[in-house]
Design a protein. Structure first.
Length: 192
């Protein structure tokens, strides 16, 4: 298990598993759920994903070792109405983190993209398992091109990285830890 240094949470991120290489953090969460081997608030972080997924099952491209890639599982057992616009709220959390820590302005393109100068720099994937109107499982996946220096040719006109745009190196694990802190606070405020 991996321990994040700047964590101030009661449960989100307290159990953290780090992989040098994995197919997808999102897929690993769902495998652990299927095997009943995961706790509320567990985070899976990957240094490299071989088949990361984005919205609508699309591929998510990342350069090895330099970007943010993680998924978190929550078992909220709450009415789905409490989580309306939740993907946008997650995007707002991420935007505020980059503003507060690095004075970097990211834009949000609905429903789930983080943008810089009209190019995609990150994405959010939220998946749920419902029982009636209650959300039993919520899986949040986040991928952000932070320190990537080269963009794949097929997407270089629509994608970029924070390093390429601002010439600043991001501490990925500091950002992930702060995200856990702010996400837990947001959920408490929502009564989830």
């Amino acid at each position: 298990m991996y321990k994040m240094k700047n964590l101030k949470t009661n449960y989100i991120g307290q159990k953290c598993f780090y992989y040098e290489q994995i197919d997808s953090t999102q897929k690993e969460i769902w495998r652990r759920i299927a095997n009943n081997k995961i706790d509320n608030g567990t985070i899976i972080i990957a240094r490299n994903q071989s088949s990361a997924i984005g919205t609508h099952g699309r591929n998510w491209y990342t350069e090895k070792n330099n970007n943010i890639a993680f998924s978190i599982v929550l078992f909220p057992d709450c009415n789905i109405d409490l989580l309306n616009n939740f993907t946008f709220e997650i995007a707002e959390i991420l935007v505020s983190i980059f503003k507060d820590l690095y004075e970097i302005e990211l834009d949000i393109k609905l429903p789930n993209d983080l943008m810089i100068n009209g190019k995609k720099v990150g994405g959010i994937l939220t998946e749920t398992k419902l029982q009636g109107n209650n959300v039993k499982v919520l899986v949040i996946g986040v991928g952000i091109n932070t320190n990537e220096k080269e963009t794949f040719d097929e997407i270089k006109n629509i994608s970029t990285s924070i390093e390429n745009e601002f010439n600043v190196e991001i501490d990925n694990y500091r950002v992930i830890g702060e995200f856990c802190n702010r996400l837990e606070n947001k959920l408490i405020c929502k009564g989830v």
